[in-house]
Structures are given as C-alpha cells and as structure tokens.
Design a protein around this ligand. Structure first.
Ligand SMILES: O=C(O)CCC(=O)C(=O)O
Length: 443
C-alpha cells in the first residue's frame, strides 16, 4: 500500500469511528443550552457549512461604505467573498482619540511622555530599497521632533510599530468586533510570539508602495487622525500591471495603465473610519494629511486556504532556488529552514498554528470553556465553521508531497488532530443536525 493510500484509508476509518462514537452526544442538555447562548460580545454565524467564494463580479455590486454593520453581514459579504469595505466612526470611544489627539491636533507632549524612549521602525519614503522603502530605527522622541519640525527634506514614515505589545498596560484602542475572528493574533497572544498589530504615523505625503500583505492575510486599519487614500486591485488584476520581466510597479501613480483595462477601487478613509482589505488584494496607500493609524494583519477560516496556497507556492520557489542541491542529505529539511527564513513561516510552523487554533475550538465545543479573542466570544457555529475549514486544509496538507519526507511522530500528531476534529464535529452534527441552525445571532 502506498504512503498516500495508507493515509486515505486511515482517514476513512476515522470518519466511521467518530460518527459512531458521537452518535449519542456526551453533553448534558444544560451544557448544550449554555454553549448555544449568544450575548452582545459573541460573534456567531447561522450556517457552519458555508464555503468562502471569491468572484470579481461581486466586487462591482456590493456597497463599500457602512455606518452600522452587523457581524452577519460583514461575514457573508466581505469575509466569505473577499470584498473590501469601510465602516465609519468605529473609534469614537477609543481612549487614544482623547489622549493622543487634543483639539483636533496630535498631542505631541502626551506621546513624548508615554512612549518617548521607545525605538521605532521608520521608512524613508524618499529612498527606494529593493521593492520597499529604506528602513531605519529611531528613538520615538526624535521622530516626534522630526514630525514637529518645518524641515521635512526626507519623508519619514513610522510603520509596523508593535506599540501595543511594547506597552501592554496602555489600553489605547479596542479591536472592532467585526475584526475579532483573528487567528494570527489569537495565536501570537496565546504563544507569546510576535504579533501583527501595529501603529503607523506619518506626515502628509508619506506613502506605502504597491504590495499584498504578509501571508496574503487580510488587514484592517483605523485612522486615529488624518486621512488616507487607498488604491486596491482585486486578486489577478495586478498581473496586468507587470512589466516584461514580471515586475510589479513600485509606485502605481507613475505607472501608465492607459493601454490596459485594469480594474481597481480608490477609497478615501477619513478619521475614525475602519477599512477592511481582503486577502491577496494588492494596494498602495497615501497619507493625505498628517495621519496616525492602527493596522492589524489577520487570518481566519475564510482566508486560511489562501494562506495555505501561498505557503505552498513559496515552498515551490525555495525548492527551485536550491534544486541544484537536491541530492544532499535532508534537502527537504533545508527547504523548510529556508522557507521559514524567507517567508516567516514553514510547514511545521503552519501546522503548529492550526493545531493551537483547532485545539481552542475543540475545547470550546467539548465543554463550556469560552474561546475569546479581543473580548469577543466565539459562538458554537463559528467554532464548527473554523474546524471544518481547518479540517479541509489538514487533509490537503496530508496529501502534500512534502509530508512524505516528514517524520512519523509528526504524521501521527496530524492524524490525531484530524480525528479529534472529526469527533467533535460529528458530536455537534448529532446534536444539531446538518441543517442551517437559526441562532439568535448577536449583531
Ligand atoms: O497605511 C499604510 O500606509 C499601509 C497600510 C497597509 O498596507 C495595510 O495595512 O495593509
């Protein structure tokens, strides 16, 4: 029996055993009732069997700006369909709106007193460095001196500052409920690893070159003060911008697209607006005023397949790069090391990430422990949806060539996780059935 056939038959066996094991649920009526309760802080969906579906056609039809927006609508229209949106006035009650800003102006005195000694990453928008801007590190108080000075010969843009992580006691903003199904930061917080939560600050004229986000993640951004212009290209449209060598333009404002019919959206994000940037959408951003924003990158069950595809593509690139050494011992392991160095994550890291996220949802569905991320609790159907998507990725992971080279302990862990997921999904299917459940979804 081949390695793959062997795995497939193990998976079939698991399905059968988990279905029979959990035909009778093992939770009391009281426990089920408690688990199904949704409160104001719960994010929940009605149908755990929905699948993410991206089409360009939908982009042209869905309204972009919303003043009031429920989680259900955001989930169905934006997360599942990978479409951008703006939600106005999400930051009215954020503490930083009162402390970082005073009378409509940046409160330099306050910022200096709180964070003046911090080291901050700064991009020089006047200098190109490969496909980005030249980066330096500065003391925050020096950056504030620059910001306040008249002389701005170089346009310096403070970017990707992990301010929240560095100053955990400064509770300066709250993640909007719509953006709380965030596996990247849930994982980072649970495992004390580097997070994807940043402060950006730049004078008018600073800008970010054309790019798609790390791991093809989503991002959201809220302006504490100032205004940004975003140019957004749906996935695939960027290919029309490439030159003869396959290179993308660094700055789309100098790119002549007259000859090609390239579709893009241009969105103005005002103070207090949140913008949602979907997975794999290339974008360029300009600060139209002096601007401070909070930006997060995030992944969840709706775009985990995109991340997985991206990881596989990156591995292919690494393998090609060192294909001349394919005869060496542990070539696959070397590829994984290189993948981690270039992409920030390899197959093992990706598995550990999925394992932690799955484990937290399994625990939630097996007893009344709550899974929270940024003060939102995950509803039962949301947990089921998350696990269904993780299961699909793990089964695909098992079929992957690379897996054949990995050690048997790892293979055992992976199969065990898949079994646990199937068991808990089987249990809930026997409790609720496979039909859509009409829950009282908190908006
Ligand atoms: O605000 C900026 O300058 C860029 C932010 C960005 O590209 C993002 O959050 O994805």
């Amino acid at each position: 029996m081949s390695h793959l056939t062997d795995l497939k038959s193990q998976l079939e066996l698991m399905k059968v055993s988990s279905q029979s094991l959990y035909r009778d649920n093992q939770l009391s009526h009281e426990q089920i009732k408690t688990l199904l309760e949704t409160r104001g802080c719960t994010i929940e969906i009605t149908n755990p069997y929905v699948t993410p579906k991206y089409t360009l056609e939908k982009v042209r039809k869905v309204p972009i700006r919303h003043s009031v927006y429920s989680y259900t609508h955001f989930f169905e229209r934006n997360l599942l369909q990978n479409i951008p949106c703006v939600i106005t006035n999400v930051a009215l009650n954020w503490p930083c709106m009162k402390t970082w800003i005073d009378g409509g102006q940046i409160n330099f005195k306050y910022l200096r007193s709180k964070f003046g000694n911090a080291s901050v990453p700064v991009a020089n928008c006047s200098k190109k460095y490969f496909d980005s801007h030249e980066k330096i590190t500065m003391k925050f108080s020096d950056y504030l001196d620059y910001f306040e000075s008249e002389n701005k010969e170089n346009l310096l843009y403070l970017k990707d500052w992990h301010c929240r992580k560095e100053f955990p006691l400064e509770d300066f903003y709250e993640v909007p409920k719509l953006f709380t199904s965030d596996w990247l930061n849930e994982y980072a917080l649970a495992t004390m690893q580097d997070d994807y939560m940043f402060v950006y600050m730049g004078p008018a004229g600073t800008w970010t070159p054309l790019h798609a986000d790390v791991y093809n993640s989503y991002s959201w951004s809220v302006n504490i003060t100032g205004c940004k212009k975003w140019r957004l290209y749906p996935p695939g449209q960027e290919d029309l911008l490439r030159d003869q060598n396959g290179q993308l333009p660094f700055d789309v404002s100098t790119y002549d697209s007259k000859t090609k019919d390239v579709y893009y959206l241009e969105i103005i994000q005002e103070k207090g607006d949140a913008i949602f940037i979907p997975s794999g959408w290339y974008h360029q951003v300009w600060n139209l005023d002096d601007t401070i924003s909070i930006n997060h990158n995030w992944i969840n069950a709706c775009n985990i397949h995109v991340m997985w595809k991206n990881l596989q593509l990156e591995l292919k690139k690494v393998e090609k790069e060192i294909s001349d050494c394919i005869q060496m011992d542990n070539w696959s392991e070397h590829c994984q090391l290189l993948l981690r160095a270039t992409f920030g994550m390899n197959y093992f890291d990706f598995y550990n990430f999925l394992h932690e996220i799955a484990f937290r949802r399994i625990t939630r569905l097996k007893n009344t422990a709550t899974v929270t991320c940024f003060k939102s609790a995950l509803g039962v159907n949301h947990c089921r949806f998350d696990l269904i998507q993780i299961h699909q990725v793990l089964v695909d992971y098992l079929k992957n060539d690379v897996f054949v080279h990995m050690n048997t302990t790892f293979e055992g862990n992976l199969l065990e996780l898949i079994e646990k997921i199937l068991q808990v999904l089987g249990m809930w299917e026997s409790i609720l059935g496979k039909s859509e459940l009409q829950l009282d979804c908190a908006s």
